[in-house]
Design a protein around this ligand. Structure first.
Ligand code: CP3
Length: 422
């Protein structure tokens, strides 16, 4: 009897009925998990208020539930599918710096918190700010509200980020002794607030869309740590790279170790995709890029992919100005490459073939133009990518603070409408 049933159904039929069975079983599991999470969250909030202390977020139940509810049951999984180059009903879109100063509600939250770092370090506020753009726009992913500079901050370099001044470190690393004195970071103790914000945000998102975790690339973090802030000339960090390459490599190794630990912890806390921002890789020569930037990003990808707990999490590498190096970035084993607007999507696609998905790449300044122009440019980028899977629409870099949020709504709707598969 069993034999004849199996013979009557094709392998596809069997797979789809198995999927339905699993889905039917999953619904009560999801509802119960959600109720348990809400219950525990309320108990924690009550304790936190009672004792006027920070929320107790290292909570085994929430950790367990967020890992169980991983990406199998995300309601809108366009992003994850596109990162894996699987078919989607329309091109997913999210926006670099989607939670930020162009949103009046962000400026209000920041003013209330007092400063930017307080927003990052208070999980409830970071969660709230992460959700702000999701409430306004039909985005296909949330990205955790935090900053790449949380790792250098955990190294004890004395970070401040002030409006109009940008990031500044009180104790920049200028020589061998500075690098050797750098302490090891205890990720869960010092960056626990990042993981707590991820756990809270996963609960708040209720699996509607995936949550992206991120880090800076070792090279990009080193530029801030050695220069002591933003830079145009990279005098000190390039000086260290050329005159004391062993010191530069020692620093990059220490940062790489911290980045790997931090990304793994983010994934274990519930981040469903990861991105590495190599904002300043593009200022290097080709051999220096290979040696001082890509080499370390490839180690990060390999560490994520070789750990069974994180192997399935898609990882995107974004080197601003990295268009010359696409083939070797794809060889790192990453799932997707982020492109800035100077690169043509179609050319990039020819160069990387089926190896990776591509994310990008509208010039953020187009959002200053009329709605008609925004729609035209969205269509141009989609057409430039062409038919097929593996495109995640994004800007080629972060959204600017003076942009009108209505233009973002226009862009998101245009991308979904124009890319709808028939
Ligand atoms: O994308 C998101 O919405 C998530 C949040 C996010 C921020 N920074 C928030 C932020 C992410 C992913 C970042 C990454 C980041 N931070 C990068 C890499 C990406 C890129 O844009 O190149 C870099 C280089 C940084 C370092 C950094 N943080 C700088 C140079 C600045 C000052 C820039 C400025 O516009 O003033 C920050 C501060 C910062 N990080 C802000 C935000 C919203 C502005 C802070 C404020 O004044 O409120």
């Amino acid at each position: 009897m069993r034999r004849s049933l199996i013979q009557r159904f094709s392998a596809d039929d069997l797979m789809s009925s198995l999927e339905k069975m699993c889905f039917a079983k999953l619904i009560p599991i999801v509802v119960i998990s959600f109720m348990i999470d809400v219950f525990y969250l309320n108990v924690e909030l009550w304790f936190a208020r009672l004792f006027s202390c920070r929320i107790f977020t290292v909570d085994a139940v929430i950790v367990w539930h967020s890992s169980q509810l991983s990406m199998h049951i995300i309601m809108n999984d366009r992003l994850i599918k596109a990162l894996r180059r699987q078919p989607v009903d329309c091109t997913p879109i999210w926006i670099m710096r989607q939670a930020g100063r162009y949103l009046p509600e962000y400026r209000q939250a920041r003013a209330k918190a007092g400063d930017f770092l307080t927003l990052c370090k208070t999980p409830e506020l970071a969660c709230e700010v992460t959700l702000q753009p999701i409430r306004r726009f039909d985005l296909d992913a949330a990205i955790l509200f935090s900053d790449i500079l949380t790792i250098p901050d955990a190294f004890g370099l004395g970070l401040s980020i002030n409006e109009g001044v940008g990031p500044k470190f009180e104790h920049p690393l200028r020589n061998k002794d500075d690098v050797e004195r750098l302490p090891e970071i205890d990720i869960d103790a010092q960056l626990g607030y990042v993981m707590d914000a991820i756990r809270l945000t996963r609960i708040a998102l209720a699996n509607k869309i995936p949550l992206i975790g991120f880090s800076g690339s070792p090279w990009t973090l080193a530029t801030y740590m050695v220069e002591g802030g933003g830079s145009k000339e990279y005098r000190y960090v390039k000086g260290m790279m050329h005159d004391q390459p062993a010191v530069a490599h020692k620093l990059l190794r220490k940062i790489t170790e911290a980045v790997i630990g931090c990304l793994k912890s983010q994934a274990n806390a519930g981040a469903q995709a990861l991105m590495v921002f190599d904002t300043w890789g593009g200022v290097l020569t080709t051999p220096d890029y290979d040696n001082f930037s890509l080499n370390y990003m490839a180690q990060i990808v390999s560490a994520i992919k070789s750990d069974p707990n994180t192997a399935d999490i898609p990882i995107t590498l974004f080197t601003k100005g990295g268009g010359h190096w696409l083939e070797k970035i794809a060889d790192s084993g990453c799932d997707a490459i982020g492109l800035d607007w100077t690169m043509s999507m179609s050319v990039a696609r020819q160069r990387v073939g089926q190896k990776v998905a591509l994310q990008g790449n509208m010039d953020p300044a187009v959002l200053y133009a009329s709605s008609e122009k925004v729609e035209q440019e969205a269509k141009r980028v989609l057409d430039d990518f062409g038919d097929g899977d593996g495109h995640i629409f994004n800007l080629g870099h972060g959204i600017h603070p003076a942009i009108d949020p209505d233009r973002v709504a226009t862009l998101v709707d245009a991308v979904h409408r124009e890319s709808k598969r028939t």
